[in-house]
Ligand binder design. Structure first.
Ligand code: ATP
Ligand code: MG
Ligand code: MG
Length: 345
């Protein structure tokens, strides 16, 4: 919507009367509004300005984004050392909230099939950001490769930063139940169970795997399909306690055991429920998902990591050892039980 951009440009010109932001090009577009690259004539730098749609719901959520980012930037990361995007300024006019960010580079979708050592380097940086979020009690709620951008760095090594706190919330003040992008959605969110910062660790696990194998790990065409892929690739399933208490369990699972009633000891995790077969799932859409462009053989996680790329069997010993560590790391992150899932520290 170039009209809006032009409009924004003119408004900014009028507002500041010294033409602070000059709009150059479109960077991204979403349901919230659009992100444009601007020249900031006050600092003589390019900035990325997120222009929020002028509707109350979007405006309110953007106020939340500003507030959480301000806390993260100023209180928890004053020296810009923890790989979180810097918010430079924000202003409001005609009910459009505009947030200016430091200009970053391409997102991680552009880097796929990385060597373990690069996966490790990026993982450390993302984890660093996640420690800060954890300290602030902030759940990002939308971690995915698109929301992690390459950042300019003085050194030759690549750096990344976490962006898009547009869906973020405070732990203990969770409002929405329909959160996270589907491929990166945690089991507890899928199942409708109270969530914590642990949901970000799940998404992070999905990102780490994707950086290595080059494809999303759980590219499900529906929520049912995502969950089914999880069970197949990871083995096991969410624990009975979680399934018993979650709101959406019956959408995906059938109760088959007695521990449901709380009578007698549990036989072990996941014994009281089994996942519904495709024929048992209600609704045509979720029933038979078409194979998307991301289709790949659904192997167990360790096989997937050890044999990548799939026609390569002759790996050097050091590379094999790296992959054993990667699988171990992923196992800790992609743990069905949020209480047992690894936390960032
Ligand atoms: P989503 O639709 O994933 O929820 P969003 O609509 O809330 O995202 P952002 O993710 O904040 O909005 O920004 C949208 C896109 O704009 C990003 O994916 C990225 O391509 C671009 N972008 C955002 N911030 C920056 C930045 N600081 N530097 C460069 N590009 C940016
Ligand atoms: Mg985004
Ligand atoms: Mg967003």
């Amino acid at each position: 919507n170039w009209d809006l951009i032009l409009y924004v440009n003119l408004e900014l010109v009028n507002k500041t009367s010294n033409r602070r932001f000059v709009v150059k090009e479109m960077l991204g577009q979403g349901t919230f509004g659009q992100v444009v690259k601007c020249w900031d004539t006050e600092t003589n730098k390019y900035v990325a300005v997120k222009v929020i749609k002028n509707q109350p719901a979007f405006y309110q959520q953007a106020i939340m984004e500003v507030s959480l980012l301000r806390t993260l930037n100023q209180k928890f990361d004053p020296d810009d050392k923890h790989n979180i995007v810097r918010m430079l300024d924000y202003l409001s006019f005609q009910n459009h909230l505009c947030i200016a960010f430091e200009m970053l580079g391409q997102n991680l979708n552009h880097l796929r099939g990385l060597k373990v050592q690069f996966v490790q380097a990026f993982s450390k940086q993302i984890l660093d950001a996640m420690i800060v979020m954890r300290d602030g009690g902030i759940i990002h709620c939308d971690l995915k490769p698109e929301n992690i951008l390459l950042a300019p760095t003085a050194k030759t090594a690549a750096a990344v930063k976490v962006i898009d706190f547009g869906s973020a919330c405070l732990e203990g003040k969770t409002v929405y139940s329909y959160i996270q992008s589907r491929y990166y959605r945690s089991p507890e969110v899928l199942l409708g169970y109270p969530y914590t910062t642990a949901i970000d660790m799940w998404s992070f696990g999905c990102i780490v795997a994707e950086l290595f194998i080059g494809l999303p790990l759980f590219p499900g065409a529906s929520e049912y399909d995502v969950l089914k892929r999880m069970l197949k690739i990871l083995g096991g399933q969410p624990p009975d306690d979680l399934l018993r208490e979650a709101k959406n369990t019956t959408k995906f699972f059938k109760h088959v055991g007695s521990s449901y009633l709380g009578i007698g000891p549990h036989d072990g995790p996941g014994t009281a429920y089994r996942m519904l077969s495709e024929d048992e799932v209600e609704g045509r859409e979720t029933k038979r998902p078409k194979l998307g462009k991301w289709y790949f053989p659904q192997q167990r996680l360790d096989q997937l990591i050890y044999t990548y790329p799939w026609d390569n069997t002759k790996l050097p010993e050091t590379e094999k050892a790296d992959r054993v560590l990667l699988v171990d790391f992923l196992r800790g992150l992609l743990e069905f039980d949020p209480n047992k899932r690894w936390s960032p520290f």
